[in-house]
Design a protein around this ligand. Structure first.
Ligand SMILES: Cc1cc2nc3c(=O)[nH]c(=O)nc-3n(C[C@H](O)[C@H](O)[C@H](O)COP(=O)(O)OP(=O)(O)OC[C@H]3O[C@@H](n4cnc5c(N)ncnc54)[C@H](O)[C@@H]3O)c2cc1C
Ligand code: SF4
Length: 477
């Protein structure tokens, strides 16, 4: 039965995020920290939407979700219809609901954020899709007209999956290649289970396979299949290879050891949790260690919270700016603080300290922020503020640069000096080779799941346009 919407619900109903598991559970387990909403809670929270007539939330959302519309449906308990609508604009809504930084996207733009508490848009998006899938929702492709084209997609991260989703819904035959044993890219292997459990991606794989997407996993292009061979197997190619080269740091003492690379650490932990064997990603156990994590983004937050769960003796995050200027989601910073991570804000690493080749600490200097021409406050060292922090392991989490494979150039795909792939200007995502397209982090630089999805969905439409033009030319010839 559908519920009647109360347009003034926001006046007497406070913003209510889903409950989280108790701290003692969170500090020792890797499962997602949020419990699901009950049907009643989801409807109550959805009803808080003002339907203000000028949905800034939709504009701030990179995929421009029809937020007020699916909130209304969820408020009325019409979950299957809400799930249909969620999927019209987003290929992985259950993922975005979990890990988008809503506090600087949709929820920041919510009219109620100015004093009443934003609608919990992300949590409701997650609820709608989880609940609909539980009740048997599946994409309806009965109206889809099959097209005679085959597209090869390399990379099963959010960019590759979003491209596969849109192409399949438009009748194009799709094969997705990935070097890993499971789909998801960083969603499955980089981002820890306490934010996004691997089973969410396994469930999405079943759905995509049900729609006809063919996955070839454990298959690295350039090693198992040559790129030139792949080109001849498909009418067009899409690359969503991500960015995997760590931003390098150069600190005195680094050569003496004690350093843990962030992504290897996170991927090794996920593989350990699931008994997966990924060559090059050993399990690094920091139980009992004094851990410092350098950096202030999402990767740094995932590392500190992983170290807490592994039972590190102490975990500190060292960041050169203040909390306000951290690049990652403030929600994750808050969770890290609650879980016992200490933060050394305004702290610049100076060098690693070893005794008998064993890491014992990190020298830092305190900073203050000064205005700069590019608009972002720059840290400036405060003279005489040097200090030593104890450490037996230091994780470097300074972000990632592009990692274009050597074979790209031979395909006619050009890259900038930074390594980012050049695309456009005629068709979104089209590279120097007109039949090859790219999107996600390898084009934009390390960013967000939702921006990778947005770019890849647009690129999928470009691929269809390109194939239609090719077909028209063939007919004329
Ligand atoms: C630790 C960490 C935490 C993050 N947390 C968040 C967060 O909370 N919220 C958020 O929005 N974003 C977060 N991000 C960013 C987000 O994960 C990325 O922006 C997003 O995954 C990019 O998607 P993509 O598809 O471009 O690349 P990826 O997710 O990196 O996927 C690329 C895929 O290509 C495959 N591949 C590469 N080369 C080959 C080859 N030669 N042959 C076959 N397969 C290949 C890889 O195996 C991988 O599966 C985080 C990133 C990191 C590193
Ligand atoms: S996709 Fe992300 S930004 Fe858009 S509505 Fe969902 S949680 Fe908000």
């Amino acid at each position: 039965m559908t519920r009647k919407i109360d347009n003034f619900a926001f006046l007497d109903r406070a913003r209510g995020e889903p409950d989280v598991y108790p701290l003692e559970v969170r500090r020792s387990e890797f499962r997602e920290i949020y419990k699901p909403y009950s049907a009643e809670e989801a409807a109550d929270q959805s009803e808080r939407c003002l339907d203000c007539g000028n949905p800034y939330c939709e504009w701030k959302c990179p995929v421009h979700n029809y937020i007020p519309n699916w909130l209304k449906l969820a408020g009325e308990g019409r979950i299957m219809e809400a799930a249909d609508l969620c999927h019209e604009t987003n290929s992985l809504p259950e993922v975005c609901g979990r890990i988008c930084p809503q506090d600087r996207l949709c929820e920041q733009a919510c009219t109620l954020a100015t004093g009443f508490g934003a609608v919990t848009i992300g949590a409701i998006e997650r609820y709608i899709v989880d609940e609909a899938l539980k009740q048997g929702w599946r994409p309806d492709l009965s109206h889809v007209r099959t097209r005679p084209w085959s597209v090869g997609i390399v990379g099963a991260g959010p960019a590759g999956l979003a491209c596969a989703d849109v192409l399949t819904r438009n009748g194009v035959s799709v094969t997705v290649y990935d070097r890993h044993p499971e789909i998801g890219g960083l969603l499955s292997f980089g981002i820890p289970d306490f934010k996004l459990e691997l089973q969410v991606m396994r469930r999405r794989r079943e759905i995509l396979e049900g729609c006809g997407v063919h996955f070839r996993l454990n298959c690295e292009i350039g090693r198992d299949i040559q790129a030139s061979e792949l080109e001849s197997m498909h009418d067009a190619l899409f690359f969503g290879l991500g960015t995997y080269t760590p931003v390098e740091a150069s600190l005195p003492g680094m050569e003496k050891g004690g350093i843990v690379p962030a992504l290897e650490y996170l991927i090794g932990q996920t593989c350990h949790l699931y008994g997966l064997d990924l060559p090059g990603y050993p399990f690094i156990d920091l139980a009992g260690e004094e851990v410092l994590v350098l950096g202030g983004g999402d990767t740094a937050m995932d590392c500190v919270r992983t170290a807490i769960r592994q039972g590190a003796a102490s975990v500190r995050c060292v960041y050169r700016r203040d909390q306000q200027n951290m690049p990652g989601s403030q929600r994750e910073v808050k969770h890290a603080m609650n879980e016992g991570v200490q933060f050394e804000f305004n702290s610049l690493p100076l060098g690693l300290v070893h005794e008998d080749r064993k890491l014992v600490g990190l020298d830092i200097a305190r900073t203050r922020l000064v205005a700069s021409a590019d608009g972002r406050a720059q840290p400036e060292v405060i003279p005489g503020s040097e200090q030593r922090l104890p450490a037996s392991a230091i994780i470097f989490a300074f972000g990632y640069r592009p990692s274009p494979p050597a074979w790209l150039e031979a395909l006619g795909v050009s890259t900038a000096e930074s390594g980012l792939v050049h695309t456009g200007p005629q068709l979104a995502g089209q590279t120097g080779n007109p039949a090859i397209f790219a999107a996600g982090d390898m084009v934009r630089g390390s960013d967000l799941v939702v921006t990778a999805i947005a770019d890849a969905r647009e690129t999928a439409l470009s691929i269809i346009q390109f194939l239609e033009m090719q077909q028209a030319q063939l007919k004329r010839a």
